[in-house]
Structure formats: C-alpha cells, structure tokens
Design a protein around this ligand. Sequence first.
Ligand SMILES: C[S@@+](CC[C@H](N)C(=O)[O-])C[C@H]1O[C@@H](n2cnc3c(N)ncnc32)[C@H](O)[C@@H]1O
Length: 160
Amino acid sequence: MDVAGGHGLLAHAMLLLDDSSADAIVVDTSLPPSSARLHAILAETWPRLSGRITFMSARVEEVDLRSSDIVVSVHACGGLSDVVLDRASSARARVAVLPCCHDLDVNDDGGLAGWIDRPLAVDVVRALRLKQRGYRTWTQSISDDITPKNRLLIGEPRDL
Ligand SMILES: C[S@@+](CC[C@H](N)C(=O)[O-])C[C@H]1O[C@@H](n2cnc3c(N)ncnc32)[C@H](O)[C@@H]1O
C-alpha cells in the first residue's frame, strides 16, 4: 500500500526491488492525471509490473489495511505521516514512512525542542510511539541529494 502515493513511484519500485508482493495499491486523494501514463511507460520497460498496480482515489483515513500489508508513504505532509503510522500500527501492518513538512503547531515534539531540532524531535517521538505500540523499529537516512526530508522510519510488529 503506497499511501499518499501521488504517481505511485514507490509502489513500482517496491515491486521491482522485491517481487514477493503479488500486487500494490496506490492510495491518494488526488491522483496526478499522469499517473496512468507513467505506469504504462514503466510497464513497457518492466512488463512484470503490468496489471499488478491499482490506483485508488481515497483518503488514507478510510482505506482498509490488513496485517499482511506493507504500508509505505513518502512525504505524507505534516500530520498525515502520523495518520499513516497510526492506521498501519492499528492494523499490525509493516510500515515505512519518510515524513516531510513537519507542522510544528500540530506535530508532537515530545518537549525535546530545547535540545534538538524540532522536526527531528517530532520524528524521534514518532519512532518511540511506534516502539510503544509493540513495533521493532529501524531509523535510517537516505541521501539528502535525493531529498532534504530524508529520515526513514521503518517498523514491523514485534509479534510478527
Ligand atoms: C507531498 S505529496 C507526496 C506524493 C508522493 N508520495 C511522492 O513522494 O511523490 C503528498 C500527497 O498526499 C496526498 N494526500 C493528502 N492528504 C491525503 C489523505 N488524507 N489521504 C491520502 N492522500 C492524501 C496528496 O494528494 C499528495 O499527492
């Protein structure tokens, strides 16, 4: 499940890099008009993507998530990353987010802003909250040449 997925490039990359998922669903409230065209072009180069990606115009708050899902989300803005983490962890699904656009009026910085950069504090709180919900977590950073909003939080239920 590539949520707040836009064109769904991450869904495509996930299936290409790890073929163990049968299919992928891209969920976004506002799917870009070019997403179908982009999918067609990618499927021309990698025919094994054909017919395996569904685009769903929906809110992440409403979509049905299951424990067998892998829920991924790149740059779900502000509090949307929290919604993704909450929904995925309620379903006991594996999850990975790369948050962006931290909303410092809304996102919880855990009172850590006196010591560390506030967006970082928000992401630390997110990682700890996921841990408290019974998840094993991994924190990584991707190259900031790709994006300056590059903190990757990965979690899987400890009882999986
Ligand atoms: C910054 S874009 C990221 C798109 C894509 N993941 C990427 O990295 O290119 C955030 C996306 O979230 C979508 N979005 C906003 N609110 C949403 C919601 N409640 N449920 C699902 N998608 C939402 C927007 O339509 C937009 O495509």
